[in-house]
Every structure is written in structure tokens, then in C-alpha cells.
Design a binder for this molecule. Structure first.
Ligand code: PEP
Ligand code: MN
Length: 347
């Protein structure tokens, strides 16, 4: 990876770097962070002469030769100080970043979502979530409705909070991108859909849009998760949020196997913020607060929590796992108490 002395290469400098890369059948990809750009070398990059020629240019700070399966996501990479911002908030900076909202927006009852959004703003959430299109295990269950996008856009307009929705294919991705949705969620089922990850990374390259990548339900090694995120960054978008949400259930009683304890492992290997989803992990409203507190203690930067003003009137997962806005407020207050004592990687 190439790190320039200034915040980015001028067009002339980029042409000079590209010309060297081309001599070695490589090309250059610009990755735009909030504070500066870094440049990935695409192709067979293990060529020492190429590195030396690029590193010798007067406007280059350094060229990293990181030996890592995820060289952009690696905590030693030039992106290590990349700040992921959602709305005005820099994730992980001052307090847990909380995304809240129903599992699924009910397109026939917009007021339930809008009232929930206002109540959650009062409770102190930083961003709103709500399913427009839903990945359902049962093909006969409600699959979502594009009408719900209008509802969550209206909620953003009214509350001024950024919004997070899941996209499952390129068509949905383009619609959400055109609507300038702030956070695109890639769900557990698509966590290893590499062609979708590449599309998401390239369509959102250079934009402010962040991608909340859920951890696959069956994923075991943390490296597989980080490598999936690498696809997004390598395609051009470094605004990545890693979201463990429980893996295949082994404890009878939880919906999935709570995996917030993976946080310190991720923190030691990568620079990306970690946002835990306790709702799908434990799968029951009663356990969400405990899982949230544990997540913050393990060093998570934030939480993505299902919440509904009247969970029993919700659709999708809400009746069983959504917490009320009042419970959300209590949870946020409790998490802020744990925050100063959270695990922090020592680098
Ligand atoms: C959701 O967030 O509602 C959802 C379907 O998440 P996951 O992909 O983690 O199951
Ligand atoms: Mn859900």
C-alpha cells in the first residue's frame, strides 16, 4: 500500500505512480478515507524493484509491504488511523455508537416506525435501523416492500438521524445508494457473498456511505470475517463496521451463540470499529441488556439493537427480541458507565 506525504496524490503524481505500476503489470486503486487517501497496488505486487521505485518518489511517505491475508484491514496498514464516520459521529471516539430501530418496517403502518424513531432519538440513539427488504428463512414469510424505504427516509428527515438498511442484491444496493442511505447493512447470509461485497465496495467507493458487515452465522475464525471486510475496502470503501451478531446456536435458549467475546480478537488484528448486534445474538428482549453490557466491556465501539415502540405490534423479529425505547434509554445509560473501563487493544 502506498501512503503519500500529502493528504492525496495530485493527478500528475498519480499518473507517475501508475506508470511505474504498469511496468510491472500492476494497477493502482485510490482508497479515499475521511482525512487522506491511500493507494493499493493491484496485481502481483511482490516486486521489490517496483516498491523501491515508488518509495523513491519525492512525494511518497512510505510503501508498506504488509504480509497479511487482509493487508488493508490489518491494524498495521496505512488505514490504521482511518476514522469511520456516520453522520457527524466518529465511531468509537467518545461514547458507544448506538443504532436502534425495528427489525422490519411495517409499510402499512408508517406511524409505528415514525413514532419509534422519535422515541429512540429521545432515548439517545445515534442512528436508526429498519428492514426494508428482509432475508427470511421461510420463503412464505413477509419479504419486505420498497414502500418502507420512503418511511425510513421520512424518519431521517424528521429526526435528522442517519439511517441503516440491509441490502441483499445489486438492485437493492443501487436503490439504497441513490437514496443516499447512510449505512448499508450486509446481513449474516450474505457475509461471504464476495461478488456482492465487491459491488457494494465499488458502488460506494469515494462516498460517505458506511457498510455494516454482519458476521456470518457459521463463521468460525475471526480472519474469515476480516477477509470478507477486506473485499469492501479493496473495492474502494474503507468505511467498514464489523458486526458480530451470534453464530450457530450451541446453547439451548439463545437464538444464536453469543459472540461478543470475538471483539478483542478483532481489535487486535484490525483497525475497523466493532458494532455488536445483541438482538439477533441472544434473540430475546430480556437478555439484550446483559449482552450489550458485555459487548462494551469487551471493547465494542457500539451496538445495533432492535427496538420498537410496541414490540408486540411489530413484524419480523420484533415481538420476541425488540426492546422498548424506555429500555433502550436505560441500556444506553448503563453502557456509558462501562465505556471508560472497556477493553482497549494496546496500540
Ligand atoms: C436484521 O438485522 O434484521 C437481520 C436480518 O440481521 P442478520 O443478517 O444478522 O440475521
Ligand atoms: Mn431482525
Amino acid at each position: 500500500m502506498i501512503i503519500p506525504k500529502g493528504s492525496k496524490l495530485s493527478p500528475e503524481q498519480l499518473i507517475e505512480v501508475e506508470a511505474i505500476a504498469q511496468d510491472f503489470d500492476c494497477s493502482i486503486l485510490e482508497i479515499q478515507g475521511h482525512n487522506r487517501c491511500v493507494y493499493a497496488i493491484l496485481g502481483d505486487e511482490g516486486r521489490e524493484v517496483m516498491f523501491k521505485r515508488i518509495a523513491g518518489l519525492s512525494f511518497i511517505h512510505k510503501v508498506d509491504m504488509i504480509e497479511s491475508p487482509y493487508k488493508l484491514m490489518d491494524r498495521r496498514s496505512g488505514l490504521a488511523d482511518h476514522a469511520v464516520k456516520v453522520g457527524e459521529d466518529e465511531i468509537g471516539k467518545t461514547a458507544p455508537f448506538i443504532i436502534g430501530g425495528p427489525c422490519t418496517i411495517d409499510p402499512d403502518n408508517p406511524s409505528l416506525f415514525l413514532e419509534t424513531a422519535h422515541a429512540l432519538k429521545e432515548a439517545g440513539v445515534n442512528a436508526l435501523r429498519g428492514g426494508v427488504w428482509k432475508p427470511r428463512t421461510n420463503p412464505y414469510s413477509y419479504q419486505g416492500d420498497v414502500k418502507s424505504l420512503e418511511i425510513i427516509l421520512q424518519a431521517r428527515e424528521e429526526t435528522k438521524l442517519p439511517i441503516d438498511i440491509e441490502v441483499m442484491d445489486v438492485e437493492q444496493l443501487k436503490i439504497a445508494h441513490d437514496a443516499k442511505v447512510d449505512v448499508l447493512q450486509i446481513g449474516t447470509r450474505n457475509a461471504l457473498n464476495y461478488s456482492l461485497l465487491k459491488e457494494v465496495g465499488s458502488i460506494t467507493a469515494g462516498s460517505q456511505i458506511s457498510v455494516l458487515l454482519k458476521r456470518g452465522r457459521h463463521m468460525a475464525p475471526p480472519n474469515e470475517f476480516i477477509a470478507a471486510a477486506e473485499y469492501l475496502v479493496a473495492a474502494g470503501n474503507p468505511n467498514v463496521l464489523l458486526c458480530p451478531r451470534g453464530t450457530t446456536p450451541v446453547l439451548d435458549g439463545y437464538r444464536n451463540h453469543p459472540d461478543e467475546s470475538v471483539t478483542p480478537l478483532l481489535k487486535n488484528r484490525t483497525w475497523a470499529p466493532v458494532i455488536i448486534d445483541p438482538s439477533h445474538s441472544v434473540g430475546h428482549a430480556d437478555f439484550v441488556k446483559a449482552c450489550s453490557l458485555a459487548s462494551i466491556a469487551y471493547g465494542a465501539d457500539g451496538l445495533c439493537i432492535e427496538s420498537h415502540i410496541e414490540p408486540s405490534k411489530g413484524i419480523g423479529d420484533d415481538p420476541k427480541q425488540a426492546i422498548t425505547p424506555q429500555a433502550m434509554k436505560e441500556l444506553i445509560d448503563a453502557c456509558r458507565v462501562v465505556w471508560p473501563n472497556r477493553y482497549q487493544a494496546s496500540f
